[in-house]
Design a protein around this ligand. Structure first.
Ligand code: KG4
Ligand code: ZN
Length: 336
């Protein structure tokens, strides 16, 4: 089955061709127009998607040495995400599918992140404990069987990627903050400040990041400009340690509580080097298997949308011309 995937939920215009978990192409155009604003400007994102979508799809087909005639189905992100950005992808795919008379399927972006793990590991056993960590989501979910989810924990305020981005901004670092903090933290001392861990006293699988963000802000405000500069790497390392520790603790405890032996981490923050190291270490101590997608498939990409779409199409799901976009669609939520 050859699937064309299209992703336009935020600031990446991406198209990919995937055949049975093998990625034949995955073209991603990241919009640089937002850099000067320190965050994504929705209207500019929609316009950039409009300009790029056709050339990006053409490039994905070309790199995969595939034609539209050979494609068996098309998958497109229908939510969650920015409404105008989602509309570009969904309407383009609706038109394409109608002209080609091919099946198409609207995919939940978070489901795409979950299925990014199956791109290079098609034989992961279920049930699978999934930690989804991105700019918009921080969730612990059990994938009981394919496309069937049980939510066991979520953030009560900021998502972890959002915390990385906000902390970077208050430290004067560029957007998106995650990769920069990850890099700076490598030469910093994680023991420099003990930042608080969200919901530390509660027996919960939920997360909270607003207190950690405020603690970093308060700490930075106490420092002179010179000290802030001198301790920048230490602050990054201390923040990252606190942000990651809670993810690892909740995930390992959930795996033991629900007796699940396989863990899969996905989403942009799954690219974080400290998270990858700590999760592997702790999982190893309990003889749990842990999967991370290849770095390319952690942040937003269309290959993961194609892979999730393939699962849905194989199970007989189809979308229709009336398919709508849903900016705050939840994982597992069925909407036409
Ligand atoms: O999955 P993604 O591309 O988009 C959403 O669905 O939100 O995730 C983007 C998020 C951003 O918050 C970004 O700062 C974060 O992932 N991120 C990282 C790293 N790379 C990207 N956070 C920590 N460490 C990284 N290496
Ligand atoms: Zn994402």
């Amino acid at each position: 089955m050859i699937i064309l995937g299209v992703e336009t939920s935020c600031d990446e215009t991406s198209a990919a061709v995937v055949s049975e978990s093998v990625v034949l192409s995955n073209v991603i155009s990241s919009q640089s127009v937002h850099l000067q604003f320190g965050g994504v400007v929705p209207e500019l994102a929609s316009r950039a998607h409009l300009r790029k979508i056709i050339p990006i799809v053409e490039e994905a087909l070309e790199q995969a040495k595939t034609t539209l005639a050979e494609v068996d189905g098309i998958a497109v992100t229908r939510g969650p995400g920015l409404i105008g950005a989602l509309l570009v992808g969904v309407n383009y795919v609706k038109g394409l599918a109608s002209v080609l008379q091919k099946p198409f399927i609207g995919v939940n972006h978070i489901e795409g992140h979950v299925y990014s793990n199956f791109l290079e590991n098609p034989d992961i056993e279920l049930p699978l404990l999934c930690l989804i960590v991105s700019g918009g989501h921080t969730q612990l979910v059990i994938l009981k069987e394919h496309l069937s989810y049980q939510l066991i924990g979520t953030t009560r305020d900021d998502a972890v990627g959002e915390a990385f981005d906000k902390v970077a901004k208050l430290l004067g670092l560029p957007y998106p903050g995650g990769p920069t903090i990850d890099k700076l933290a490598q030469s910093g001392d994680p023991e420099y400040v003990q930042f608080p861990i969200g919901l530390a006293k509660e027996n919960t699988f939920d997360f909270s990041y607003s207190g950690l963000k405020t603690a970093v802000l308060n700490h930075a405000r106490q420092l002179s400009a010179k000290d802030l500069k001198n301790h920048l790497t230490n602050i990054c390392a201390s923040f990252q340690k606190a942000a990651v520790e809670v993810l690892v603790e909740r995930t390992i405890r959930a795996a033991r509580t629900y007796q699940i032996r396989q863990i899969a981490v996905s989403g942009g923050v799954a690219a974080n080097s400290h998270l990858r190291e700590m999760m592997r270490q702790r999982a190893g101590e309990f003889k749990l298997k842990v999967y991370f997608p290849n770095l390319t498939y952690c942040t937003d990409n269309a290959a993961m949308i194609a892979r999730a779409g393939q699962e849905r199409l194989q199970q007989g799901f189809r979308s229709h011309a009336e398919l709508n976009v849903y900016p705050s669609l939840a994982l597992g939520e069925e909407k036409s």
